[in-house]
Design a protein around this ligand. Structure first.
Ligand code: 5U1
Length: 686
């Protein structure tokens, strides 16, 4: 039996190793439950033998007392700032290299200078003081001379070792950046929003990870700080006593990593301006894919001997520079809030901004996503906001700077009120269904904003099947004003088509023939082609089967519509809203007048049982003889339905060659699986 002291020491070492694997290396070697078990054992040992508790014990990451304020820490070695190169082009790197060479009195004949290139994290600089290898103090940069003692909060960051591995120097101060990963920031803000929605008074959301990290580090209540998911990267040194500093910056980072500190892996030792430029470009290309924000890269002359020769100027080292990327966030003022109608009828509130240069371009519009987001962020006309444009993502308003809110500011955003309930493009009614975040224009066929989408939907194979009417042609037809409404498709003539670019004689003739052919269709295809929200192919078939006549369907009330198989309140409401708009009825009449027709029948109430009625099939893999469409048609002709996903309600899964996860799911759920022969047998029995 080991003595309690030995066991406590072993547990400490083990737990510290596991914490390093988990937080720093991102490669845990034991399950969380094992860590928890050992942690509890150590806690119990320390409770029974308080003299065994040491400052580096993982139990000492405990949350301390709420402070009245932070004690001031005087930095033994001032925390310097770094010179910033604002020329975000490659020339910025070349300028730095040229300056270094000049100051080192190098000539063209001398070899390139070796640099260590690193990321410039967008967080908060921190000084960690280790004495005899133990973390004794953590302080913010403050004014560089004096910072604040934030040890309690920093100790709650699992990534920061409480004891260094293999370094027991009297003093080793490690400098680096506390930051918050973007995914953790989003999740934290989501939790904050939930708390606010539940009425929590003292909670707020944060505009960006940097502010969230800075706020957490400077939290007087360590319990609050511990809830904020912070991370850390080490990049330099402060006061050092009794430790031999490696001769290069890259060697220093290796040594810090070996001591258990998190050091970012996106670093490189490069030669001369070309090496710096290549690094700047490589990181620039992956910037948006990094899990945290950076605002640039840092170049440091690698050799400490050269750093010492270069020295400092006005509190900045001459041997280092931060080479920026275009800022992804900027502040600006909201001039107005407009509403944009998308191709699908979605209404998106958009902030009209004082133009601002962000993410490499001038931005004057930024999305507010939807009404709920706009209200949640409480964006109003006159507000100063933070705008973000990262990569190719549409610029967005990330938050309001409430301190800058003017006395005279707009009302809280109300989309319905602002639009008076009408689409800003076509004046059709706007609708927002229960459980949906978006308002939509209900004028699908009629709304110019949705024209291209409506035509493409109408022409697709499963609808009116007009071959040759693709994206590019529809763009041209609409953009040149040749087609303004769907029925005008049937007025197209050779002459009009010839006016368009890239439409030859043969393709014009083919298109006209296909248009003519499309006139003879089925009610189900026509209904699907109208693009009524929530009316997919299957529902269109159900409706066609049930009513047999378009007029009967158009006149059906909600109650009657609910009698149709699988038509629920949302679908019924959507059908009614559509046919209640006079202009939609007009479009339907114009299409019929143009010659679009189908066979009608007296209708089939759902009670007339078809053999497969009420049965849902899922098709997966390739069948030997039947195409997927043929199999679907046969199943539907027998009254069955074909769905894309397997659930407990699925009656049969028909599986062919290379069936994948759907087959597995069917087997897990115990759903009957058929091959093509099995399906045919069922159909023959019909
Ligand atoms: N990676 C890194 N970031 N960063 C920021 N290194 C680094 N060095 C800095 C700063 C402010 O300053 C020293 C060069 C003094």
């Amino acid at each position: 039996m080991p003595t309690p002291a030995r066991r406590a020491a072993a547990l400490r070492d083990l737990l510290n190793r596991y914490a390093h694997e988990y937080y720093v290396l991102d490669a845990p070697s034991v399950p969380d439950a094992e860590y928890d078990r050992l942690f509890q054992e150590l806690q119990a040992l320390e409770a029974a033998h308080p003299e065994l508790s040491t400052p580096d014990s993982p139990t000492q990451r405990v949350i301390g007392k709420v402070l009245a304020g932070f004690a001031v820490v005087r930095h033994v070695v001032p925390m310097l700032s770094i010179r910033t190169e604002t020329d975000t082009e490659a020339s910025g790197a070349a300028t730095f290299d040229a300056r270094v060479r000049r100051e080192l009195a190098l000539t063209e004949a001398d070899p390139p200078v070796e640099y260590d290139a690193e990321l410039k994290f967008d967080g908060l600089a921190i000084n960690l003081r280790y004495e005899q290898g133990l973390l004794v103090q953590a302080a913010t940069r403050g004014d560089g001379e004096r910072g604040e003692d934030v040890t309690q909060n920093i100790r709650t960051i699992g990534q920061i070792p409480l004891r260094l591995h293999g370094i027991e120097a009297p003093v080793l101060e490690v400098r680096g950046e506390v930051y918050m990963r973007r995914d953790r920031f989003e999740a934290m803000n989501e939790r904050q929003r939930e708390l606010i929605a539940k009425g929590a008074k003292n909670e707020k959301t944060f505009v960006n990870p940097r502010n969230a990290a800075a706020g957490a580090v400077r939290q007087l209540d360590p319990a609050m700080a511990a809830k904020r998911p912070l991370s850390f990267y080490a990049y330099g040194l402060g006061d050092v006593q009794g430790w031999e500093i490696p001769e290069t910056q890259s060697g220093l980072l290796d040594a810090l990593a070996a001591a258990g500190l998190p050091v970012n892996g996106d670093r490189a030792v490069v030669a001369g301006a070309d090496g710096l430029i290549a690094f700047h470009q490589r990181i620039g290309a992956k910037r948006d894919a990094l899990p945290f924000d950076i605002d640039g890269v840092v170049y440091k002359v690698n050799a400490r001997a050269l750093q010492q020769r270069l020295g400092y100027v006005s509190r900045e080292p001459r041997w280092a520079v931060a080479h920026k990327y275009p800022a992804q966030e900027q502040m600006t003022v909201v001039r107005d809030i407009g509403v944009q109608v998308g191709r699908t009828g979605k209404l998106t509130p958009v902030a009209k901004l004082e133009p601002v240069f962000v993410g490499g371009t001038t931005v004057s519009n930024a999305t507010l996503h939807n009404e709920d987001e706009t209200r949640r962020k409480d964006v109003r006309i006159g507000d100063t906001v933070i705008v973000r444009r990262a990569g190719d993502v549409i610029p967005e308003v990330v938050g309001v700077v409430l301190d800058k809110r003017p006395a005279k500011v707009g009302e809280p955003f109300d989309l319905y009120k602002q639009l008076d309930g009408k689409c800003p493009i076509c004046a059709s009614a706007i609708v927002r269904e229960e459980g949906e975040v978006d308002w939509r224009c209900s004028g699908g066929l009629f709304c110019p904003a949705q024209r291209k989408q409506a035509i493409l939907h109408y022409a697709q194979r499963r609808a009116l099947d007009i071959e040759g009417l693709g994206d590019k042609l529809v763009d041209q037809l609409v953009d040149t004003g040749v087609i303004r409404t769907l029925p005008e498709l049937y007025k197209l003539g050779v002459a009009k088509l010839h006016e368009l670019e890239r439409v030859g004689e043969k393709s014009a003739a083919n298109l006209l023939a296909n248009l003519e052919k499309s006139k003879q269709t089925t009610l189900a295809r026509f209904l699907y082609g109208l693009g009524i929200r929530h009316i997919g192919e299957t529902t269109a078939k159900d409706l066609a089967r049930h009513y047999g006549s378009l007029d009967r369907l158009m006149d059906a009330g909600i109650e009657q519509l609910l009698e149709v198989d699988d038509v629920g309140p949302i679908v019924a409401e959507s059908i009614r809203t559509f046919f209640d708009q006079p202009h939609n009825r007009e479009v339907v009449e114009q299409l019929r007048a143009a010659g679009v027709h189908w066979e009608e029948h007296a209708g089939t109430p759902p009670t007339v049982a078809l053999p497969f009625a009420g049965k849902t099939f899922v098709l997966t893999g390739t069948l030997p003889n039947l195409t997927r469409d043929e199999a679907q048609e046969r199943i539907e002709a027998a009254g069955g339905k074909v769905s894309g996903s397997v659930s407990k309600k699925t009656a049969y899964v028909v599986a062919g060659a290379e069936a994948g996860s759907k087959l597995e799911k069917a087997q897990t759920l115990g759903v009957t699986v058929l091959d093509e022969a099995g399906l045919r047998k069922l159909l023959d029995g019909v």
